[in-house]
Write a protein that binds this ligand. Structure first.
Ligand SMILES: Nc1nc2c(ncn2[C@@H]2O[C@H](COP(=O)(O)OP(=O)(O)OP(=O)(O)O)[C@@H](O)[C@H]2O)c(=O)[nH]1
Ligand SMILES: [Mg+2]
Length: 305
């Protein structure tokens, strides 16, 4: 049996968060850990990689695996995203399936149910965004979903407002196996500072740009150095077309300035240091189907080529 420093029995485990795009997976993970690590936006397919975060409270350590939304992919990047999302269910001690508060269970949800039915670990259904519907309706949605499969628990929450999130955290803890902590108690994420910086810039582009442009954007950090109480960052925004480049830069550089300012402010909060951010924009047509570029951008592992 394992004990923490206070001689209490410890529990620890991996919790996979899966669901369709835009249901609030990253918002919920950030809410539970109490920090904004994963980027979020109103546009689907925001998360592109598995993001691991760790929260240690008293004798329980929860390791969350936030995943890209499961969707019908249209390119190699999409294939990678969906493959990553599906893979976490094999590494998890517990799976949370996040859904919208609706009684429409479409082909996307059905496909996820088929994956979940094969699992031996507990599956918690989380009905998110309950702040957008009437309380009475939630019971009806619970009933609809209950018919699809046996869930260990069904928990309605609002990740945005925080409603019922503490209760959900208690439920998660109750299903974790007893065992030693998997990480140091002060570990928060496996993302490096460079990766976080790139994600913050991508989030601002996602939020500020319109239409299909954000989906064709990737961000690389070309330089990140800490010097004399300053952090100097050079980054490149990759896009797919010359016309997109023009819109990302904007009239008189206005849009790029907006993206840069918003990103710098977030980086300064997170790193607690003054940040100098320089952004460039480059066109790399079709990068979402380019093996080499995908690999450089961290979206394709060697073994997956
Ligand atoms: N009203 C409401 N909106 C929410 C809630 N949770 C998340 N959202 C919003 O839903 C949108 C999508 O949130 P994300 O956390 O990025 O969703 P996701 O499931 O991680 O999306 P992908 O990474 O694209 O798969 C954002 O605009 C969030 O603010 C909620 O509880 N209530
Ligand atoms: Mg996400």
């Amino acid at each position: 049996m394992d004990f923490n420093t206070k001689n209490e029995k410890t529990k620890a485990g991996y919790i996979g968060i899966i669901g369709r795009p835009n249901v609030g997976k990253s918002t919920l993970m950030n809410r539970i850990i109490g920090q904004k690590i994963a980027i979020t936006s109103a546009k689907p397919q925001t998360t592109r990689n598995i993001i691991q975060t760790v929260v240690t409270k008293k004798n329980v350590q929860m390791v969350f695996l936030d995943t890209p939304g499961i969707h019908k992919s249209k390119n190699r990047l999409g294939d990678f995203m969906v493959r990553s999302a599906k893979s976490v269910v094999n590494d998890a001690d517990l799976v949370m399936w996040l859904v919208e508060p609706t009684d429409y269970i479409g082909a996307g949800e059905k496909a996820i149910v088929e994956i979940l039915k094969t699992l031996t670990v507990p599956v918690i259904l989380v009905i998110n965004k309950v702040d957008t519907v009437k309380k009475e309706e939630v019971l009806h949605f619970i009933d609809t979903y209950r018919k699809e499969m046996d869930f260990a628990e069904i928990v309605p929450v609002s990740a945005l407002k925080g409603n019922n999130v503490d209760e959900l955290t208690d439920v998660i803890a109750s299903y974790l196996p007893e065992g030693p902590f998997l990480f140091d108690e002060d570990t928060v994420t496996d993302l490096s500072e460079r990766e976080i910086a790139a994600e913050i810039i991508r989030e601002k582009a996602l939020r500020l740009l319109k239409d299909e442009i954000p989906h064709g954007i990737a961000v690389t950090i070309d330089k990140m150095e800490f010097k004399k109480g300053l952090c100097n960052v050079d980054a490149t925004v990759l896009c797919e077309k010359e016309s997109h480049k023009g819109m990302i830069i904007g009239k008189g550089g206005n849009m790029l300035k907006k993206i840069g300012t918003a990103a710098r402010e977030d980086m300064e909060k997170l790193l607690d240091i003054q940040v100098n951010l320089h952004l460039w924009v480059k066109v790399r047509g079709n990068w979402r189907d380019d093996e080499h570029l995908l690999k450089d951008l961290g979206y394709l592992k060697d073994t997956e080529k």
